[in-house]
Design a binder for this molecule. Sequence first.
Ligand code: HEC
Length: 117
Amino acid sequence: MGNTAVSMTRNFASLAAVAAALVATPAFAVLDNAAAEALMKKDNCAACHSIDKKVIGPAYVDVAAKYKGDKGAAAKLEKKVKEGGSGVWGPIPMPPNSNVSDADIKSLVEWILTLKK
Ligand code: HEC
């Protein structure tokens, strides 16, 4: 009986260690939708973009569909978001997002590319 209690305590300790490791996510982990939407608001992307509707910029699900299977897409889009540009979705330019951190841009682009219609 005493042994069972001891091994349960040990199991609980190792579960706690696993949970702690999961919480300590790397900087560029793909975000879940709630975290990503918060970031979109914080970094002002939400002024022009929505996940599934065209606003001023394209819907993020359309961006994901366009670059599906394109291995270079993340790097290309990170640069585009940082520097701005036009002509891919129409004549309206995206202004440079130079006030947004590289880590935020990388996380947002990686999340956008995982979206499905
Ligand atoms: C002032 C409006 C505006 C803001 C703010 C804005 N965008 Fe855009 N975004 C646009 C427009 C317009 C386009 C289409 C540009 C084009 O046709 O090349 C675009 C295009 C994009 C694309 C696709 C680029 C391509 O070449 O296919 C991505 C990805 C994107 N935006 C992400 C973001 C992220 C992430 C943020 C926030 C950090 C952001 N945008 C902020 C207007 C905006």
